[in-house]
Structure formats: structure tokens, C-alpha cells
Design a protein around this ligand. Structure first.
Ligand SMILES: NC(=O)c1ccc[n+]([C@@H]2O[C@H](COP(=O)([O-])OP(=O)(O)OC[C@H]3O[C@@H](n4cnc5c(N)ncnc54)[C@H](O)[C@@H]3O)[C@@H](O)[C@H]2O)c1
Length: 350
């Protein structure tokens, strides 16, 4: 019930279309009290809340469901006033996307299986940007119970979600001739099924904003890959999961537009500075050097130069490139179902 009630109250307490943050507590003082039958559907719940909430109301007690109190959103910038949840945010793109959105004024939730990493990153954001700007949470995108418990936590802490960045992803390269079914299933479960499960969990929460505010848009942004636009040699599990992700994005976009949710993918090129490529022990540069994948390469730098030279702009993708695309998609109110390449010209759309 709280994932139904809180986003509706948050939207009803918006002032001039600006959504507050909303805290939940089991008890406490409230400006108004509302009785909602335990078996009430969303429509009945909304009608009861609308009847009780007046201009100037800042807190609402709902019988048996606790007290919901608005607080102002602290941030400023291009994502000010937004609650943004990023999966796979303990490291790599996800971590830097969360940091970048916080810099642009969003309140961010860093969700990851690596909960210690997510919480440490959230603590660092709160220390630099100010308290109440970030929350680190445990979440496994392949497990719907874990997703629902994370979403429940977010809604109790902030009242709703405006931007969901589906970033968690894994790669296990392998030839179709030899790759184990287990490795194929692992990549598919995180990159493809995980996207479906996350959208299934988050979309109903986001849709509640539009039920109250008919002009409001919320955003789902999937971090896809250039491998979602073109096949990848001996890397079929990954490319297949990313191609499939674009199919989901287009289909979800068609379906969720009536709920005021835009759904888009971003297809970055290789992120050479991130841990996937640059980790000194297990990174792809190290692996490719050790296995002699790049003919004549003697050092990590030789391997790196080989891959950089494949990019017309002669460098790897950086998180700032991806962040600019995210901010574009959030601000753009006439774009949904797209797959935006951010590849320095390495992949071009027809
Ligand atoms: N690194 C690149 O070159 C590159 C290029 C294009 C696209 N991408 C995409 O960007 C996204 C992030 O990639 P990255 O390189 O930053 O990855 P990364 O390996 O550095 O980080 C991935 C994060 O996801 C988390 N994670 C893994 N499985 C999870 C699960 N089941 N539930 C929750 N969290 C989980 C990990 O703990 C980790 O913190 C992925 O979707 C990837 O496909 C990466």
C-alpha cells in the first residue's frame, strides 16, 4: 500500500508542478488525516486523498499506513527536484552517473548487489553535496523480491521516483561454439530479464505521478551499448542481451507513454577508463595483453591504442558523454523509444 499511497501524496503536495521529497514514519503529527479502506484500489485511494488534502497541506496521516511529510528538495541544477535511482551504481558508469546526477541537483539512490560499495559512494555524495542527497541500497536486478524491497525503501525515504537508470550489466565473452549455457543465462538474466523486472517494479510507482499531474513526465533510461546496435564477435550473449534491451525499450515506450513515462536507451562506446577495461588485475586490457589478442602489443598502452584507433574521435567513451545524453533525454519532452548512440562516431544510425 505504501508504494501506492506515497507517490500519490507526493504528487498531490507538489507546488506549481514541483514535487517535494516525502518522508514516511509509522506515526507522527500531520496536518490532515485520511481514512483509506485496507482493500481500496488506487482510484479509491486517490479520491480519498484528494478530498482531504488542501492547498498548504504538508503532512498527511493515513489510517494504519503511517504519516507522510513533505520536505523541500535541496538540490539545484538540470536535474533539480528529481529523485533518480541508478542500478549497478557501486562502480563504473553507474557510480559516475549517480555522482553526475547529484551534481545536477537530483537526489540519488545507488542500488547494487555490492551494498557496501553503494553505501560508501552514497556517503561520499552526502559528504560533498550535503545531507539527504544520496542513499545506497542492496538490490539484485535478477530477483523481483530484492527489487521490490529496494523500491519500498526508496518510496519510504523519498516518496517516489522520477528517473530510473537501468545500468547494472555484466559481460562474459565467449564463442557460440564453446560458451556454457550457464554463462549465457547469467548475462541474459542481468542485462535482459533484469531490465524487464526493474521496469515492472518501477513503472507503477512512476505512473502515479501522472495520475495526479497530467503534464508531468518521468524517465526510464537503459544503459545499453554499441553492442546493442551491431553484433559482437565471440560476444553473442552480451550483444544479444543488449539488442533485446532495445526491443524492450521500444515496446515499453509504446505502452508506458499513457502513464507519462518516457523510455529510452543510451548506447555508449567502450568505457576504457572504467574498471571493466582498466582494472589492473582482471580488466580487458590486461586480459587481451595476456592472451595476445592484439597482434604485436607489448604493453597495456599498446592494447589501449589499438582499441582507441577504432573510434573516429580517437578516444573511449567517458561518463560525462553518457550523462549529457541522460540530461538530454530527461529534458526532451518529445522523444521516447529511442536508442541514442554515444560512441564517438564508431556506430552510426541509418
Ligand atoms: N564498460 C564499457 O565499456 C561499457 C560500454 C558500453 C556499455 N556498458 C554498459 O554500461 C553498464 C555499466 O557497465 P560498467 O562497465 O560500468 O560495469 P561495471 O562492471 O564496472 O559495474 C557494474 C555494476 O553492476 C553491479 N551489478 C552486477 N550485477 C548486478 C545485479 N544482478 N544487480 C545489481 N547490481 C549488479 C556490479 O556490482 C557493479 O557495481 C552495463 O550495462 C554495461 O553493459 C559498458
Amino acid at each position: 500500500m505504501i508504494t501506492t499511497i506515497a507517490p500519490l501524496i507526493r504528487a498531490l503536495l507538489a507546488v506549481d508542478g514541483r514535487l517535494p521529497l516525502l518522508s514516511w514514519a509509522t506515526t507522527g503529527h500531520a496536518d490532515v488525516s485520511v481514512t483509506v479502506p485496507n482493500d481500496a484500489d488506487e482510484k479509491t485511494t486517490l479520491a480519498a486523498l484528494k478530498a482531504a488534502i488542501m492547498p498548504g497541506t504538508r503532512s498527511v496521516a493515513v489510517n494504519g499506513h503511517g504519516t507522510f511529510s513533505a520536505r523541500p528538495h535541496p538540490g539545484t541544477g538540470r536535474a533539480a527536484g528529481k529523485v533518480a535511482m541508478v542500478t549497478g551504481a557501486a562502480q563504473g558508469f553507474g557510480l559516475e552517473i549517480a555522482q553526475g546526477l547529484a551534481d545536477q541537483g537530483a537526489t540519488v539512490i545507488l542500488a547494487d548487489m555490492n551494498v557496501a560499495g553503494a553505501q560508501a559512494a552514497a556517503d561520499a555524495i552526502n559528504a560533498s553535496a550535503g545531507a539527504d542527497r544520496a542513499l545506497g541500497l542492496a538490490m539484485n536486478v535478477t530477483d523481483s523480491d530484492s527489487i521490490h524491497s529496494a523500491l519500498d525503501h526508496v518510496v519510504k525515504a523519498f516518496g517516489g521516483i522520477d528517473i530510473f537508470v537501468n545500468n547494472a550489466g555484466v559481460l562474459k565473452a565467449g564463442s557460440v561454439k564453446t560458451q556454457s549455457e550457464k554463462d549465457f543465462a547469467f548475462v541474459t538474466a542481468v542485462n535482459y530479464t533484469g531490465y524487464f523486472l526493474c521496469v515492472q517494479g518501477v513503472a507503477p510507482i512512476m505512473a502515479r505521478t501522472r495520475r495526479v499531474l497530467p503534464m508531468a513526465w518521468t524517465d526510464i533510461v537503459q544503459i545499453n551499448s554499441k553492442s546493442g546496435l551491431k553484433g559482437s564477435n565471440k560476444n553473442g550473449a552480451y550483444a544479444g542481451s543488449k539488442f533485446g534491451g532495445i526491443g524492450l525499450t521500444q515496446s515499453f515506450a509504446l505502452e508506458l507513454v499513457e502513464d507519462g513515462i518516457k523510455v529510452n536507451s543510451i548506447c555508449p562506446g567502450n568505457f576504457f577508463d572504467g574498471p571493466l577495461w582498466s582494472d589492473p588485475k582482471h580488466g580487458l586490457f590486461q586480459q587481451y595483453l595476456a592472451t595476445g589478442k592484439v597482434p604485436g602489443a607489448q604493453t597495456i598502452d599498446d592494447v589501449k591504442r589499438f582499441y582507441e584507433a577504432k573510434v573516429p574521435m580517437n578516444r573511449g567513451c567517458r561518463t560525462i558523454d553518457v550523462l549529457r545524453a541522460i540530461l538530454y533525454l530527461i529534458e526532451q519532452e518529445y522523444e521516447t523509444g529511442q536508442a541514442v548512440p554515444v560512441t564517438g562516431g564508431q556506430e552510426m544510425l541509418a
